[in-house]
Design a protein around this ligand. Structure first.
Ligand code: NAP
Length: 344
């Protein structure tokens, strides 16, 4: 069965999602939403750096809804709740890189999304690499041990080569340190707290709360990365930790360290990829690392592996999202999601 898909924006993640949809044997790209006026009327293949594919990007949401797609692959820079509600009410499933379970959006907003999904008999799901696929892998790891007691994740990256680095102004980067950034980081990165909820659901952990800690890192000199300027003394990184608490015990721990280059104060170690540790009998350790394919090397997209690995868990979930019961759906509800063999 083929699912008809509209790609929502062609930014860093969206371009990779569109390429993934075009190559997926069970998906057909039937439309594309353009947020930027200059992308209106352009061919999606050209927007993604390949030849024409015969699908034109449009800013006309009515036109895209009229296509009656099975699913929208929703990867814009930020979530527009009205837009998602409209798609769901129209009976269109949504698979997104900006959504986990919606809890940190607040009960009212989450309730609107849930009600729209029920009304349209559609489902909404979110993933990415982390939050998303990495925590799904960790939950599977816990299935191979007895007396499972704790899961710990570490993501620690240097974002020097990340094209979308300017997006981190929303976490305070390039601004002066200030106590207000703790709450802003908690809110903007709420999906990590939501991914603790999903793991607790998958592993039947009776969480009391998800605790949050924030530590800023400062640049000791003016620095510019990909044209993004961070003055001396400004924020240029952070370590955020989410702890899923059972009583006084921390049972799920996510430690996420993002640095705009080396030499920040403080300087945390960087180990690219995802380290996951499950404490049980026995303990299990996994390190998920990525390396570029020949095609990525040839196309010069080596530095930005974060984009395809964010896009593909969202794309590969589309058949399961289309088949899911209406409502907000997470990895705790969907069947096992795998990739699809494409061949040469
Ligand atoms: N879970 C994960 O592992 C993970 C990892 C990385 C990113 N993400 C999420 O994935 C999403 C896409 O990331 P990205 O790096 O691809 O973002 P991006 O390139 O900065 O933006 C994506 C697209 O959003 C549109 N856009 C720009 N400004 C907007 C605004 N103010 N309001 C609405 N749309 C706007 C543009 O669409 P046009 O192309 O149509 O102009 C842009 O190309 C983000 O929400 C990010 O948080 C998740």
């Amino acid at each position: 069965m083929t699912h008809r898909v509209v790609q929502w924006t062609t930014g860093h993640v969206g371009r990779e999602a569109a390429l993934g949809i075009l190559r997926h044997p069970e998906l057909e790209l039937v439309g594309c939403y353009a947020w930027s006026p200059e992308k209106e009327g352009r061919d999606v293949g050209e927007l993604c750096g390949i030849g024409r594919v015969g699908v034109t990007a449009t800013r006309d949401v009515d036109q895209l809804i009229a296509l009656r797609p099975d699913c929208v692959c929703y990867t814009p820079n930020q979530l527009d709740v009205d837009e998602v509600v409209r798609l769901l009410e129209a009976g269109i499933n949504v698979s997104s890189s900006y959504f986990i379970n919606g809890r940190t959006l607040g009960a009212e907003t989450r309730g609107r999304i849930e009600a729209a999904a029920k009304k349209g008999r559609a489902s909404v799901f979110g993933s990415g690499i982390f939050p998303g696929f990495a925590n799904f892998i960790a939950a599977l790891m816990a299935g191979a041990t007895r007396d499972f007691k704790k899961i710990r994740f570490l993501e620690s990256v240097d974002l020097t080569h990340y094209d979308a680095i300017a997006n981190y102004t929303n976490l305070g980067w390039s601004f002066d340190p200030d106590p207000k950034w703790t709450e802003i980081n908690r809110r903007v990165l709420g999906q990590y707290a939501e991914c603790v909820d999903v793991m607790a659901d998958m592993l039947r952990i009776p969480l009391r709360e998800v605790a949050f800690e924030y530590e800023p890192a400062i640049t000791p000199e003016d620095r510019t990365i990909k044209g993004f300027k961070m003055p001396q003394g400004s924020l240029a990184g952070q370590k955020c930790t989410w702890r899923g608490m059972v009583g006084d015990r921390s049972v799920i721990e996510l430690e996420v360290v993002w640095n705009a280059g080396r030499g920040l104060e403080p300087e945390w170690p960087v180990h690219h990829g995802y380290t996951m540790e499950v404490e049980g009998s026995p303990n299990i350790h996994t390190r998920v690392k990525f390396s570029p394919s020949q095609e990525q090397i040839a196309s010069g997209r080596v530095a930005d592996l974060a984009n395809p690995i964010t896009a593909m868990p969202v794309v590969n979930a589309i058949p399961a999202v289309c088949g899911a019961a209406p409502g907000i759906r997470t990895y705790a509800d969907l069947p096992l999601i795998t990739g699809r063999y494409v061949g040469d």
